[in-house]
Structure formats: structure tokens, C-alpha cells
Design a protein around this ligand. Structure first.
Ligand code: C5P
Ligand code: MG
Length: 163
């Protein structure tokens, strides 16, 4: 990916259904809860949104293009592997992450006590400083599928800078 600009912005969004018998993994951290997220990989909705934001910033397609959910290799995969890989792709294209801002929208459980470990996990995976990674949490105020506890969503934006 080229272009003459020094900075590039990317946006990502993801949703996963909440089901019993699955772990709830957010940003690589397993949250103690009696239900989790359904998906081909570990269904880490936050890592997927950030992964898509980085791919978007570099103009390299989307997560499904790089890690198809039909590929048995990615069954139960640790989504931090996806995130690390797209950071490496961005690096190869000549870009580093300036900062990431993200939101997880989940009715329950409360995630705020896990903010630091989630940020640490993402920063370590992306090989950036803790201060470059922001993670916010919101309920959906009991409205819609997220509010009814049927699903979890994440949104992310990322800024990249040419090295
Ligand atoms: O959605 P609401 O505005 O009521 O969320 C208030 C605060 O609750 C958020 O700013 C966040 O700190 C926290 N929260 C959380 N885990 C969630 C949803 C919200 O920790 N699943
Ligand atoms: Mg996903």
C-alpha cells in the first residue's frame, strides 16, 4: 500500500452472537462469565474490529479475506494471531500504529475491571505502548439484540503513520 500521505485512518466493526458453552474472550482476555461468543475462531469481537481497522487503514481488504472462516486452520484460533499478523502487514507497507481507540458494546457482564489487562494484551500483541491503546465499554441500554443480551459488538478506529 502506498500513497504519498504520512498518516492513514482505519475503521472496524464486528458482532458475535452470545451463546452458552463458549468462553467470553475480549482483547485476548478470558472474562469469567456463564456465556461466551459464537464464532469459527475464538470470536474475540474486539480483536476482530481492531484487525479490520488496521487492514482498512492500509487498504488491504478485511479480516475474512486474510483469515476465511471456512478455513479449518482458523477454527478456534487465537484472534491475537490475526491482530499481530495485520500489524506486521502494516509494517511491511511502511506504517506503524499511532493509536487505537475502540468500544465494546455488551450488556453484561461489566468489563471495566478488565480494562487494563485487555489494553495490555492488545498493546503487547500490536507491539505498541499501553498509552497508544484505548478500550471503552458501553451497554446498549437494553435495546436491540445487544441490549437483549443476544450479541456483542465492537467498533475501532486506528491511526497509522508512515515510518
Ligand atoms: O452503557 P452505559 O453508558 O450505561 O455504560 C456506563 C459505563 O459502564 C461505561 O462507561 C463503562 O465504564 C461501564 N461498562 C462496563 N461494561 C459493560 C458496559 C458498560 O464496564 N459491558
Ligand atoms: Mg468476528
Amino acid at each position: 500500500m502506498s500513497g504519498r500521505h504520512q498518516i492513514r485512518i482505519g475503521q472496524g466493526w464486528d458482532v458475535h452472537r452470545i451463546v452458552s458453552g463458549r468462553p467470553l474472550i475480549i482483547g485476548g482476555i478470558t472474562i469469567p462469565w456463564d456465556a461466551g461468543l459464537e464464532g469459527h475462531s475464538d470470536a474475540d469481537v474486539l480483536s476482530h474490529a481492531i484487525t479490520d481497522a488496521i487492514l482498512g487503514a492500509v487498504g488491504l481488504g478485511d479480516i475474512g479475506m486474510h483469515f476465511p472462516d471456512t478455513d479449518p486452520r482458523w477454527k478456534g484460533a487465537d484472534s491475537l494471531v490475526f491482530l499481530r499478523h495485520v500489524c506486521e502487514l502494516a509494517g511491511e507497507a511502511g506504517y506503524v500504529v499511532v493509536n487505537v481507540d475502540s468500544t465494546v458494546i455488551l450488556e453484561r457482564p461489566k468489563l471495566k475491571d478488565f480494562r487494563l489487562p485487555i489494553r495490555e494484551s492488545l498493546a503487547k500483541t500490536m507491539r505498541v505502548e499501553l498509552g497508544q491503546v484505548s478500550v471503552k465499554f458501553k451497554t446498549a441500554e437494553r435495546v436491540g439484540p445487544v441490549g437483549e443480551g443476544k450479541s456483542a459488538e465492537s467498533q475501532a478506529v486506528v491511526l497509522l503513520e508512515r515510518i
